[in-house]
Design a binder for this molecule. Structure first.
Ligand code: BEZ
Length: 212
């Protein structure tokens, strides 16, 4: 499978998960989605990552995001490991973990990077829009656990910028000011973003608290 790029349709698949069999696109429905892989069950960083994800359930729900994890382990392995995650991370895993022992989904999404490991998935993340298009990809090595608050921040940016001709600057957080797209004229900007601040012709700032 060629490398997946932003704007590509997220490949559809059927898989066994800890919450039953899913057909990925049907499971996503009209929601946003996060599909993320981890190298292996019963490993320390992955245990903390899945615990951290479970603890953010309300935050994902508020944003209409469904989350699913994946590794090339079996369903039985995932089910046993969940008990450890719940115990050690003081949470309840509340999202499906995909069992991919034949590497079918991992291959489809290019989650195995042979120079890292021939056998295990790296820490891939795919954020998928309600249109089933890939909106973001990131890849971390096995040694580095991901920041799931950063995924929420990206979702906030993606959801805001999907509806307005704006972009979010460095280190932006929900509620902060945004920048107006260069494609919007000053005249149009005045209508859409009244009171915007023009620092340079290409650097125009608008409040976001009135934007839905
Ligand atoms: C971990 O999750 O801790 C891990 C997994 C594979 C390699 C190294 C660390």
């Amino acid at each position: 499978m060629a490398h997946l790029r932003l704007g590509d349709t997220a490949p559809n698949f059927t898989a066994e998960t800890t919450e039953g069999k899913i057909q990925f696109h049907d499971w996503l429905g009209d929601s946003w989605g996060i599909l993320f892989s981890h190298p292996a069950d019963f490993t320390p960083v992955c245990t903390t990552e899945l615990g951290a994800t479970a603890k953010l359930k309300n935050e994902f729900e508020k944003r209409n995001v469904k989350v699913t994890a994946l590794s090339v382990d079996s369903l039985e392995s995932h089910q046993e490991w969940i008990k450890d995650i719940n115990e050690t991370q003081q949470t309840e895993v509340n999202f499906p973990i995909i069992a991919d022992p034949d590497q079918k989904v991992a291959e489809l999404y290019g989650m195995i990077h042979p120079n890292e490991s021939e056998k295990f998935t790296v820490r891939s993340v795919f954020i998928i829009g309600p249109d089933k298009k890939i909106k973001l990809t990131i890849t971390y090595p096995a040694s580095t656990g991901r920041n799931f608050h950063e995924l929420l921040r990206v979702i906030d940016s993606l959801q805001l910028t999907a509806h307005h001709q704006i972009a979010t600057p460095a280190n932006w957080q929900k509620g902060d000011d945004a920048v107006i797209s260069p494609a919007v004229s000053d005249e149009e900007a005045q209508k859409r973003f009244p009171g915007f601040k023009k620092i340079k012709p290409y650097l125009r700032i608008t409040k976001t608290n009135n934007l839905q």
